[in-house]
Design a protein around this ligand. Structure first.
Ligand SMILES: Nc1nc2c(ncn2[C@@H]2O[C@H](COP(=O)(O)OP(=O)(O)O)[C@@H](O)[C@H]2O)c(=O)[nH]1
Ligand SMILES: [Mg+2]
Length: 634
């Protein structure tokens, strides 16, 4: 895959996920959040990694609720008071990246990185509410334990829907190789941050927790409570165990400790930094695992996508079923109101042509002429009866009228049903809005095209059938001769029978002769009519199939897919559902190649957290742990 193809695929996947996130928001905020995070993971982690952006630096995002002490924790990690702290909730409006090691620039140049947040390198106030992130480069201290990390101070978490300024926090959380989750003693169990924490764990992000502002005698109780109430409800790994989440404590700090975390606050800083070092000891490995976990998260999410958006697809399917029912009713009506009564006049003309063909040729023409004259009273009586019958019978329905009426009924029933379902799902509202303005004009166009094709083809088909019927005698002289001879034999045989039965002949017996030849003629006509009636039945069946294949079927298919035509949400939904798995598959292929060519893949990925890298602890100033060692790690 070329670089531009890779970028295209990354953009496709993240855009599809973003669109789906917006799409499902009304139905399920939690699914929307998962999708939005997944989209951000694709553009901030997967894309750069597949383009070869390696760690270090690792990204460390400090997140948490309003006033939890995030900026204070950032300062402790950095060992100096550089992040702006403020008692006002929701004060920080954009993320700030603190960079110690100057070699960590340039920044990844992958398209879509941080979803278009602009990097600013001149210091700004933390409350500037703009789509920016600050890059603050710090002068390295002589001892700089976390120089392999970029530490992000994030806006407050006030809603877990990635909208408004919180969106900026999401981008950084998605980028992070390690999440430092900060919760204060007062509000450690707040709903929104807790849900967000769960989501990050589900997405495979390694997390460590820092509980702040903890009273000295309360720390053990608080840690236990936090483990039980918050961490105990984290999503479990596939083996049923809970992810390992280390919990550390920062007590209520004095103003001096907060001002000088590297000096007066060192005793609390060191366990914090040690924990980060433990979790980030092998940056390339941390990054690789993070990418593999991101892929696993994406796989699970995408595999369940259809489920998440099921309701709209269900509505779409029920529309398709409505259309199908309408098509069946259309075909039934055509059959009942037109086809069953249709005699196909052209077939009657065939009967006449067949009868004409049965007249004798050459010298026999004289005999035929005599018979014709003899049958004159019969013909007059027969034509009279036929005319009377035709007048008495109901006038046949015109095919075009029946078709038009049946189609209008189909269309109107769909419209009525769409309006009836308005409250059921936005799908129907969207459909109802477009029904008159878009569907009806398009319907007329489709109808005109398909129905004129149908009429044209049915005419050709009928002509073809009649042609075949005529040719069945015309082009077979042997058969024609046998038929003519047969009819002559019947005529003469009937006359011979008459003579035999009335012998000795008297003059008035001659009156029976016209009757006799008329009866034989009528008999032959009946035989032909029986033959043609079966042909008519076959023709009706063919016509019904023809209607289905040329008119009703194509119209049904067109109507069924109509809600999914361009611009509609179903169309975009289908596109996203197609695009996301395909794009992910392509990215997996790239990952497989890069993993096999660069480094051996880790034998088994953890389901959640728990990196096995050995700790590079700060050996000097080993502090008294704020909480017993047993409860510092899970
Ligand atoms: N007294 C005291 N104030 C603290 C402590 N930690 C944080 N604060 C204050 O709480 C407020 C919010 O802290 P900050 O780090 O800005 O929280 P953020 O909004 O999560 O970034 C600030 O005014 C801090 O100075 C602490 O341990 N003791
Ligand atoms: Mg802050």
């Amino acid at each position: 895959m070329t670089l531009s193809e890779l970028r295209q695929t990354v953009a496709e996947l993240s855009q599809a996920l973003d669109w789906l996130a917006g799409y499902v928001r009304q139905q399920s905020e939690s699914t929307a959040a998962e999708l939005a995070l997944a989209a951000a993971v694709v553009r901030n982690v997967v894309g750069p990694y597949l383009e070869g952006v390696e760690a270090p630096p690792l990204h460390l995002a400090v997140v948490g609720g309003a006033g939890a002490g995030k900026s204070t924790v950032v300062n402790f990690l950095l060992g100096r008071p550089v992040a702006e702290t403020n008692p006002q909730a929701g004060y920080t409006r954009h993320p700030t990246a603190f960079i110690v090691d100057q070699s960590h620039l340039p920044w990844p140049q992958t398209p879509g990185f941080l979803n278009g947040l602009q990097a600013v390198t001149t210091p700004r106030s933390a409350d500037e509410d703009a789509d920016i992130y600050q890059i603050r480069r710090l002068t390295p201290l002589p001892e700089e334990p976390l120089q392999h990390c970029i530490i992000w101070d994030c806006p407050d978490l006030t809603t877990w829907a990635a909208s408004g300024y919180v969106r900026r926090l999401w981008e950084v959380a998605a980028l992070a190789d390690l999440i430092v989750y900060v919760a204060s003693d007062e509000r450690y169990n707040d709903l929104v941050p807790t849900q967000f924490l769960h989501l990050l764990v589900r997405a495979g992000k390694p997390v460590m927790v820092v509980l702040t502002k903890v009273a000295a005698d309360q720390s053990e109780r608080l840690v236990d409570h936090f483990r039980q109430e918050v961490l105990g409800r984290l999503p479990r790994r596939s083996d049923g165990t809970l992810p390992d989440v280390p919990v550390l404590v920062l007590p209520l700090l004095t103003a001096e400790q907060r001002r000088d975390p590297g000096g007066a606050g060192a005793v609390w800083r060191i366990p914090l930094v040690n924990q980060v070092l433990t979790l980030t000891a092998n940056p390339p490995l941390v990054r690789r695992r993070q990418v593999h976990l991101a892929f696993r998260y994406l796989q699970l999410l995408i595999a369940n996508l259809e489920q998440a958006v099921r309701t709209e697809l269900d509505e779409f399917q029920s529309w398709q079923e409505l259309v199908r029912q309408g098509r069946l009713a259309f075909e039934r009506r055509y059959a009942a109101e037109y086809l069953e009564a249709e005699r196909f006049v052209a077939i009657d003309r065939c009967r006449q042509a067949w009868m004409d063909l049965l007249e004798l040729p050459a010298a026999g023409r004289w005999l035929s002429a005599i018979f014709w004259v003899l049958r004159t009273p019969y013909r007059a009586a027969r034509d009279y009866v036929r005319r009377w019958w035709q007048q008495a019978a109901l006038p046949p329905s015109l095919e075009a009228d029946v078709l038009r009426a049946a189609a209008a009924a189909w269309r109107d029933a769909l419209h009525a049903e769409t309006l009836r379902r308005l409250d059921r799902h936005p799908f129907w509202q969207q459909l109802a809005q477009r029904f008159s303005s878009e569907l009806l004009p398009a319907w007329h166009q489709q109808w005109d095209t398909l129905s004129s094709r149908f009429v044209q083809q049915e005419r050709e088909e009928l002509e073809h059938v009649c042609q075949r019927l005529l040719e069945s005698l015309q082009t077979r002289p042997g058969r024609l001769a046998v038929a003519r001879l047969g009819k002559l034999t019947v005529d003469l045989g009937a006359l011979a029978l008459l003579v035999y039965l009335t012998w000795p002949l008297d003059w008035y017996h001659l009156l029976l002769v016209p009757l006799c030849v008329s009866l034989t003629h009528q008999g032959v006509e009946w035989l032909i009519a029986i033959q043609l009636e079966s042909q008519r039945r076959r023709l009706r069946q063919q016509r019904a199939e023809h209607l289905h294949h040329v008119l009703a079927g194509p119209l049904e298919q067109w109507l069924q897919q109509w809600p999914a035509t361009s611009g509609s949400s179903v169309a975009r939904l289908q596109q996203a559902l197609r695009q996301a798995p395909a794009a992910l598959e392509r990215l997996e292929a790239v990952l497989a190649v890069s993993t096999s060519s660069v480094t051996p893949q880790p034998a088994a990925l953890p389901d959640g957290l728990g990196l096995s890298a050995s700790a590079t602890e700060l050996s000097r100033h080993a502090p008294t742990p704020a909480v017993p060692a047993s409860s510092q790690r899970n």
